[in-house]
Design a protein around this ligand. Sequence first.
Ligand SMILES: C[S@@+](CC[C@H](N)C(=O)[O-])C[C@H]1O[C@@H](n2cnc3c(N)ncnc32)[C@H](O)[C@@H]1O
Length: 367
Amino acid sequence: MFVRHTLPGERVRAKVTETTKRFLRADAVEVLEASPDRVVAPCRYAKPGRCGGCDFQHVALPAQRRMKAEATRDQLVRLGGVDPAVLADLEVEELPAVVDGQHDENLAQGLHWRTRVQVAVRPDGRTGLHRYRSHAVEPVDNCPITIPEIEAAGAFRTPRPGRQRVEFAAVPGRPGVAVDGDRELVHTALGRQFRVSGGGFWQVHPAAAEVLSAAVLEAVAAQPGEQALDLYAGVGLFSAALAQAGCTVTAVESFVVAAEDARHNLADLPVTVVAGDVAEQVGTLAASADVVVLDPPRTGAGAETIAGLLSGSPRVIAYVSCDPATLARDLRTAREHGYRLRSLRAFDLFPMTAHVECLAVLEPDPS
Ligand SMILES: C[S@@+](CC[C@H](N)C(=O)[O-])C[C@H]1O[C@@H](n2cnc3c(N)ncnc32)[C@H](O)[C@@H]1O
């Protein structure tokens, strides 16, 4: 039985919400013996039957990170066949609570980090967020994990009749909110500006772009003059980091608007942007790559892409993943092609939720 709204070690009264042949789902509706890690949820919609967005509002942040580390380790060992010894010290790392060089106490509390949100709309136009595993919409007036700029733009209070969903994105502390990608946003990272237009991807937590770029650079230890490949490149974040470290970079991105942004953002750097599908491009491009960074969507890269990538024998691969299950599957494929997991870091990019971002570093297996 999977029970939401509870914690390991608690005694609760639970109400079954779903029955399948293999398991039950339930909500804890009364806590009889509370865990010391239980806190009062900062969000009034994080309750049984209400908003389905956050899993851990009732859990103290250090315990959230411990639980995510455990779940990540479990998935990588069970689904990916990863040696548990490599993951023995795995911790989910807290991100700095800093915006524009200033401490932000809400960020420190795991709130106000979400710079992009898709609101759901009821047939009567009322906006809200989806209930857990449901298309039903929970009307909400606010969302404490979302940055205030998005709330101020009326994301949760302005009716949207005739719509099913609307996406809002913004840059913390900057005017202008993009609604369904109707305007470009300009993010700053690595001492440069990145244009993101038409609903293109940018890391959602305000500190994520800097933290992940630094972690990737440290992991690959790029040498000036090396050839680097940035797969699923978005508007060019990791390409910029690699090029600033002295690499010549080829970036591959399938969303043409984002590829065009990457060309614009990286015009002064030795980066070639290919607007195309990684699966189609990887075989040819991998042949000359020393260093590879890949950051696929939740579905992962897939066996064919991993095989194509490793046919080129890169020196090191930094795989950035927002889904430990698909990462585990791809690591298994990589091992079958002679690459082992050298190290794994995990980052708390999505506080209050069960989601976690991983950086897996792969290298040729000498054995
Ligand atoms: C998780 S984002 C990463 C973006 C970038 N690395 C960053 O950190 O800003 C994944 C990106 O992969 C792109 N993408 C998805 N499927 C793709 C494919 N098959 N080939 C190339 N790019 C793809 C998406 O458009 C998106 O920009």
